[in-house]
Design a protein around this ligand. Structure first.
Ligand code: SF4
Length: 379
């Protein structure tokens, strides 16, 4: 059994506590001490020590330690801020690995893009993480702690009027020592790694973040983004908890998709869309399709028309992403005109379409750039 208490869902803690001959309700004491947004237990420097959970008896705390249980904690080893306000956090793992998370500010929304694996095995050619290969899966504790640690930094949005140092978006992040508004409104499992290739830990992380005794982030504000692992989508359709689903689509045909995303040879579009159909029948959730526009590869009017055909009958919206360059990849981003033209075809067909602004480019925090060589000095 996983000995890190931070990786446990409330149900997992209940089993653990009962297994140690303790009353079940103590599980909630442990869970909220570790995961809650406003922790009832005062713990200097974060909850990384079982002995600090003083809502438990001394003897039970000692028993947990004796049984080998512990509470992990991620350490921020680097933090970079883009002029547009986007912040990239680099975390050091206990085995020396590195992962990255990105905090994005959009009006009143604070969206945190978290990693689910160290590296990634999927090898998408437009993605810097894919070039790293897979080192290992993250535990549920390592996934949720990206949220906990960043929220605990106390980030707050201030109007640009408060400062000359304003971002193009008109808002900027400010770190506060007091009056912390630390609520992260959305979490997207879209950082380093393929979430559905680390299914159990990611779903546990969803359960932990969603739990009302924990951070209590609404299920509609938790989104898993996949390159299209069909078995995972089918499994998700049958879960009792259903986060939002985003599909990294990037092409309207199997031939183009396979050039960009080698894993899709295993998952042809017909099979993928059958799984999406099943997910939608059981969840009634709209699906987001991510489509990264690459010059001369997938960005013509014909490609857009084929995409419209492909999406017919699917309850969805499309995010068009400007391709973000990174070292070692010679693909080129589509021009503004091509992007607008592509979006126009989708919108004319009645598909809700958003052109995602480039965010965090100077710090290699934009889509597809995580894990790439750093271009900026850290703070
Ligand atoms: S786009 Fe996602 S699935 Fe593809 S290599 Fe990058 S992290 Fe992995």
């Amino acid at each position: 059994m996983e000995k890190d208490l931070k990786s446990q869902t409330l149900a997992g803690l209940e089993r653990l506590v009962v297994g140690l001959d303790q009353p079940k309700y103590l599980a909630e004491y442990i869970f909220s001490a570790i995961q809650a947004r406003r922790r009832k237990v005062s713990l200097a420097g974060g909850v990384n020590d079982i002995s600090a959970i003083t809502t438990l008896s001394k003897s039970f705390r000692a028993k947990l330690v004796e049984e080998g249980y512990y509470i992990s904690k991620l350490e921020i080893v680097d933090k970079l801020t883009d002029p547009d306000g986007t912040v990239k956090y680099v975390f050091g793992l206990s085995d020396g690995g590195r992962i990255e998370s990105v905090l994005l500010f959009d009006d009143d929304r604070r969206t945190l893009c978290v990693s689910t694996q160290v590296g990634c095995a999927m090898g998408c050619v437009f993605c810097a993480t894919g070039r790293l290969g897979l080192a290992r899966n993250l535990t549920a504790g390592e996934i949720v702690d990206q949220v906990n640690v960043i929220a605990d930094c106390g980030l707050q949005i201030a109007d640009c009027n408060d400062s000359a140092d304003s971002s193009p978006a008109g808002r900027r992040p400010v770190e506060m020592d007091s009056k912390i508004r630390n609520r992260i409104s959305n979490v997207v499992f879209m950082g380093m790694g393929e979430p559905l290739a680390n299914y159990d830990a990611v779903l546990d992380a969803v359960r932990i973040l969603n739990n009302s005794a924990g951070r209590h982030i609404g299920i509609r504000h938790l989104t898993m983004s996949t390159c299209g692992l069909v078995e995972g989508i089918e499994r998700l359709a049958d879960e009792d908890i259903q986060p939002r689903l985003a599909i990294s689509l990037n092409a309207p045909t199997d031939a183009i998709r396979q050039k960009l995303m080698p894993i899709t040879k295993k998952y042809l579009l017909d099979r993928l869309f059958a799984a999406i159909g099943r997910y939608q029948r059981t969840t009634r959730n709209r699906v987001t399709f991510e489509y990264c526009l690459i010059k001369g590869v997938n960005d013509t009017v014909l490609h857009a028309q084929m995409l419209v055909k492909r999406l017919r009958g699917v309850m969805c919206n499309v995010n068009l992403i400007e391709y973000n360059t990174h070292e070692g990849c010679n693909l080129k981003p589509s021009g503004r005109q091509a992007i607008e033209r592509f979006a126009g075809v989708l919108k004319d067909a009645g598909i809700e379409t958003t052109i995602r602004l480039k965010m965090g480019q100077t710090i290699n925090a934009a889509c597809g750039q995580l894990g790439s060589k750093r271009t900026e000095k850290s703070e």
